[in-house]
Design a protein around this ligand. Structure first.
Ligand SMILES: Nc1ncnc2c1ncn2[C@@H]1O[C@H](COP(=O)(O)OP(=O)(O)OP(=O)(O)O)[C@@H](O)[C@H]1O
Ligand SMILES: [Mg+2]
Length: 430
């Protein structure tokens, strides 16, 4: 049972426990010491430590010597000489946090263990969605009048997928716990915790809002229908400039959210309009639905034999996997988040071109781009002059959008740009 083991690294728990104890003891000691010492004593002890550390680093001298040529204050020279070490230390700490601490802190999903929340506190409201995995409801916390949470109820048991064991419920729990620990609450629907009820795993999220990006795209007045939610004001104006401004804002939010989760090794693998919810409070779209996501740092929910991809929104490697019955294609671990980058590129296309928003829009685009051998410029020429495409072409032309899309929509995942490069592209910096 590989998946469950990844989600519950009991073995690593034993090895890490003493380490945790040590870190805890050290931090308790320093906290207490700091409370007892006067600020001045504390500061001089800290300075002393820094000086010791600096003198212990043999190679700061060449850096200092090089900097001596420039007239700089001494403190700055010392600071610059230590900077490379600080960068390395920060990287090491970040990696240690992700690889050692996060798996331990997240290993809470198990029938015997209690959840982090109490089931008596929550009442189900309106049903929002459902499938063979379970169902999603609006939820009331305590005796509140308006539903403030969303409850996703799913099986806590592993299931057989094409003859292999998978546990999507527990991996969704893991991804949410990890991403919240890693400060991603602005990029994903805020996860509040979980409980067990009647044998089901119930995950509780902050209810972010009514509308998903898929809902918004269905509106005849898209993107004006999200102007107020995104900017806080409704101008009543209709112009190409306003359309471009809103689309660029949304593109920035989608790639920004992906950049955030990718920087912590989580690949969503089901990016589409229905899995981006508009947060009224934060005036932005946030990622939801991490049932298909995998964590390439711990291997959680990654099994090459289990590839459950959206039929419509998957990138070329997902379509190839389906078309060849698993003989070719599939998620490329080494390319990481570039799986999601393709899907986000499709979303930007939908934002720009109304004909791609209908039920078979994305499917038609995919068939066409295969015909043009993934040459986006050739596809563009083929739609120019066709009804429904003129404005989108202009929006992309005026703001460097074609360059961004060409980078996202490459056939080979390794050749696509990263979510981080996409998020900082000119098109997304509206
Ligand atoms: N935190 C949230 N705030 C507001 N709405 C949410 C939230 N989480 C989920 N929803 C709504 O519930 C729907 C279903 O949630 P989710 O995508 O997690 O489940 P799913 O497995 O895709 O279910 P389905 O296949 O029925 O869409 C979303 O499309 C969205 O409309
Ligand atoms: Mg969904």
């Amino acid at each position: 049972n590989e998946v469950t083991q990844h989600a519950h690294p009991d073995g690593s728990m034993r090895t890490i426990a003493p380490l945790l104890l040590l870190v805890g003891a050290a931090s308790a000691f320093t906290t207490n010491a700091a409370r007892l010492a006067t600020p001045r004593v504390a500061a001089s002890v800290r300075m002393g430590l820094v000086e010791e550390l600096v003198s212990a680093l043999p190679t700061t001298e060449p850096i200092k010597a090089a900097l001596a040529a420039v007239p700089l204050p001494d403190e700055l020279v010392t600071g610059l000489a230590v900077a490379p070490y600080a960068v390395v230390a920060a990287l090491v700490l970040r990696t240690a946090f992700e690889r050692l601490l996060v798996p331990v802190l997240c290993s809470s999903g198990s029938a015997e263990q209690e959840g982090s929340l109490k089931s008596q506190q929550y009442t189900r409201g309106r049903k929002l969605g459902g499938g063979n995995y379970g169902a999603v409801y609006e939820g009331f916390k305590g005796d509140e009048d308006e539903p403030s949470v969303v409850i996703k109820e799913t099986s806590q048991k592993a299931e057989l997928v094409d003859g292999n064991l998978a546990n999507f419920g527990l991996s969704e729990l893991y991804m949410n716990q990890k991403l919240m620990l890693c400060g991603q609450g602005g990029n994903i629907a805020k996860f509040q915790g979980h409980y067990y009820y009647g044998g089901d795993l119930c995950m509780v999220y902050q209810r972010e809002g009514e509308l998903t990006l898929a809902d918004a795209l269905k509106g005849k007045d898209f993107p004006y229908n999200v102007e107020e939610a995104l900017t806080g004001k409704e101008s009543g104006e209709e112009s190409l400039e306003l359309q471009a401004k809103l689309i660029r804002k949304m593109a920035g939010q989608v790639f920004g959210a992906l950049d955030g989760i990718h920087s912590w090794s989580v690949v969503h693998r089901d990016v589409k309009g229905a899995n981006l919810v508009l947060s009224d409070r934060e005036k932005r779209f946030k990622l939801i639905d991490f049932g298909a996501a995998c964590d390439t740092a711990s291997g959680t929910n990654y099994d090459p034999r289990i590839q459950v991809f959206d039929k419509e929104f998957g990138p070329p490697e997902a379509d190839l996997y389906k078309a060849t019955n698993g003989q070719e294609g599939g998620f490329v671990v080494g390319a990481g988040g570039k799986f999601d980058v393709y899907c986000a590129g499709l979303l930007v296309l939908q934002m720009c071109f109304p004909p791609l928003r209908g039920p078979n829009g994305v499917k038609r685009f995919k068939a066409a781009i295969v015909n043009y051998d993934y040459d986006l410029a050739a596809w563009r020429e083929s739609v120019e002059g066709t009804k429904g495409y003129a404005e989108g072409v202009e929006i992309l032309d005026n703001n460097g959008g074609w360059k961004l899309l060409a980078g996202c929509l490459k056939e080979s995942p390794g050749q696509r740009i990263s979510s981080s490069a996409a998020a900082s592209s000119g098109f997304c910096r509206a």
